[in-house]
Design a protein around this ligand. Structure first.
Ligand code: PLP
Length: 393
């Protein structure tokens, strides 16, 4: 009866969800599971932003808005992009989306035809594989390697470019590696993009989550790149607003006009009162964001030291996001086996690196978007589980 369309074959369930569900099942049976698999901040949304949403509802702000988003929010986003990212966008160059998830979908739907190739990182947030495939486009992976501190390699990327390559996806800071692309790396990529006339999708959803003085560089801020770039960003991670579903795309007007045609048939517009709260987040949310960043940094520092002190595990100190990509190769297990072992043996939920692409094999992703106390407990359990594994070999 419900025989799915052929294109559904490229849409598997996410392995991250599979792990979350297994961990939740165990929890229901009374097991004390530490959730380090989730890419969701553990903080409440800052009160000032919640208040703005209540006030907006009380005022009766309950109707459809423009497909593009409200003029007020688009102005606030343009202002934010000027202030934080050094890019001069007009409000007409902004489309308010239902998170970066929708921004990704609209960008791919608007610009990739069947057979077009899109260069995507490996490991990667999987939407960049499955959404292009859904439209018959071909994701071609470029590698982010631990030994390169997860920097993009312009030579490798150039070697993958063919006459079918139309788009390049950049994600900095990165899920799942926590790597942040340096200005120098991005400048090399900009030269390639110009030479091969590519559209760039720059996913900057973790932009404010950088540590140790490392600064995020927006790709569109580099000379000549604004004209070629779709900057995707949103409120989920930095403002702890994952459930609010609010994001935006910034790009030249012709590009935004194409994307809004996709957006109007899926979502019409983002929620009216959520958009109003988004203005408060941008204009008054910075100190709350900085408090969260300081806490993430404290957790990162603890977890990285604890992991590197365990004989059998190692990791780079990530400069951004809230993930640590832990090298588990010396345990003599695949990523999936290691993640399963830690769940069964230590009751710690993580995600196998292989879930993010072939380059992730040999790693597990640990999220430190859970409390400091749980991280301390988690690292102790991890140490015991690794010791037990090493003793049994
Ligand atoms: C790189 C990246 N982009 C986008 C998203 C999703 O963002 P949103 O909640 O705005 O749809 C995620 C969520 O994990 C992500 O890791």
């Amino acid at each position: 009866m419900f025989e799915t369309a052929g294109r559904m074959e490229s849409l598997p369930f996410s392995e991250i969800r599979v792990m979350m569900e297994r961990a939740t099942q165990m929890q229901k049976q009374g097991v004390d599971v530490i959730h380090m698999e989730i890419g969701r901040p553990d903080f409440d949304t800052p009160a000032i932003i919640k208040e703005a949403a209540y006030e907006s509802l009380k005022k009766g702000n309950v109707f459809y808005t423009s497909n593009y988003g409200t003029p007020e929010l688009r102005r606030a986003i343009a202002e934010k992009l000027r202030r934080d990212n050094g890019i001069d966008y007009s409000p007409e160059e902004i489309l308010v989306t239902i998170g970066v998830g929708e921004g990704t979908y609209a960008a791919v739907a608007a610009f990739l035809s069947a057979g077009d190739e899109v260069l995507v990182p490996d490991p990667v947030w999987l939407n960049y594989i499955h959404v292009p495939e859904f439209f018959g486009a071909v994701p071609v992976s470029y590698s982010l390697k631990e030994e390169n501190n997860y920097q993009m390699d312009a030579d490798e990327i150039e070697s993958l470019i063919t006459d079918k390559t139309k788009m390049l996806v950049i994600n900095t800071p990165s899920n799942p590696t926590g790597g942040v692309q340096s200005r120098e790396t991005l400048e090399k990529i900009a030269r390639l993009v110009e030479k091969h006339n590519l559209i760039v999708v720059s996913d900057e959803i973790y932009e404010k989550l950088t540590y140790g003085g490392v600064k995020h560089v927006s790709f569109a801020s580099l000379p000549g790149m604004k004209e070629r770039t779709i900057t995707l960003n949103g409120f989920s991670k930095c403002y702890s607003m994952t459930g609010w579903r609010l994001g935006y795309a910034a790009a030249p007007v012709a590009c935004i006009k194409a994307m809004v045609r996709v957006h109007q048939y899926i979502n019409t517009c983002a929620s009216s009162f959520v958009q109003e709260a988004g203005i408060t987040a941008l204009e008054k949310g910075e100190s709350a964001v900085q408090e969260m960043v300081a806490e993430y940094e404290r957790r990162r520092d603890y977890a990285v030291d604890a992991i590197n002190a365990i004989d059998g595990l190692s990791c780079k100190k990530p400069d951004g996001a809230f993930y640590i990509f832990v090298n588990v190769r010396s345990l003599g297990m695949t990523s999936a086996e290691a993640a399963n072992y830690f769940l069964e043996e230590a009751h710690i939920a993580t995600v196998p690196g292989s879930a993010f692409g072939p380059q992730g094999e040999g790693f597990i992703r640990i999220s430190y978007a859970c409390s400091y106390e749980r991280i301390v407990e988690g690292m102790e359990r991890l140490k015991k589980a690794v010791e037990k594994r090493q003793a049994s070999r």
